[in-house]
Write a protein that binds this ligand. Sequence first.
Ligand code: NAD
Length: 359
Amino acid sequence: SCALKTYLVTGGAGFIGSNFVLYMLGKYDDIRIVNVDALTYAGNRENLRSIEGDPRHIFVQADIRDTERIAGLMEDYDPDYVVNFAAESHVDRSILDPGAFADTNVLGAVSMLNAARHTWERADGTWLPGKRFLQVGTDEVYGSLPLDDPEAFFREDTPLCPHSPYSASKAAADQFALAYHDTYGMPVLVTRCSNNYGPFQFPEKLIPLMIRNSLAHEKLPVYGDGLNVRDWLFVEDHCKAVDMVLERGRVGEVYNVGGHNERPNLFIVGKIIEECAAATGDAAITEELISFVEDRKGHDRRYGIAPDKIREEIGWEPETAFEDGIVRTIRWYLDNQEWMDHVLSGEYRSYEPADATQV
Ligand code: NAD
């Protein structure tokens, strides 16, 4: 058997998944990662450029809904841990095409659970030791908090109340994962994280979109009154939480991941304008670029996480203050304009990595 601890990570060419793969290979020498990604529009192999040629990273283009293929990979690589990041992740797209979200996020998660169960469950119903399946979830499954009660937070026992097709599909996936624990005794963990920001985020999402548009002097579209509140977490802090929950979490449990970093969207956009203007010395980057647009349908007002459980049980706390994280993020997009250009032109879709690790 292989001495290296093996992770099967899905969605590892997307925003958080690629950050996780880079974080883990940077942190540990003695691991290998089988990175399974279908390369939808959101998957970008350029995110993994810095680890090209690293034999500890094995990229496999496959769909998580292909249970047989995933079970085959599980037999071939015998992973200790499975981390399911793969999903359709954009709320606005879920409003236009909810079926795709049911398909990938719900049926895809069930397919992953089935593949892992098939490989890890013994004939007598016991499980191979040391195995863990982590379903990566979102705080959006809890619904919306009021703006006028700043002491109200999402906790792990807050009833699920998803409003968007995206959050409904993610809630269903979480519940399937927990059901596999409760029904079959499968070693499953669920994390529910707040909004992430950082390098490699697809520019349909608020922060990279606003950075990109600021630099191009294009309009900065802000939904409604701009006062919707999100709890922002630097992506590396999320990656660290996933690592720690895999190591220390209790199976069958949910862990919320957030950092008491709540900001209205308009504040975020103002901060981006300020930092982009400062970093470039470009006097045309001003609040004049802001343009209020019709509110998103069913737009949740406020998300806010009480991260007591993960802090007390796991010892995780966010390390990156928003003021530092946003500056690092803006600098990253400024320093990696080629990455952004390739995304905007569509060139990233035909990117061929310079190594032979693709299966
Ligand atoms: P993303 O859209 O950037 O990446 C998703 C990745 O999954 C892409 O690489 C895509 O190619 C891949 N994928 C999609 N469908 C697939 C399929 N059927 N089979 C295999 N691969 C497939 O998303 P993200 O922002 O990195 O989010 C990753 C996970 O984290 C998602 O499960 C999301 O719900 C969750 N999450 C995201 C946030 C956030 O702020 N972005 C917050 C909390 C939780």
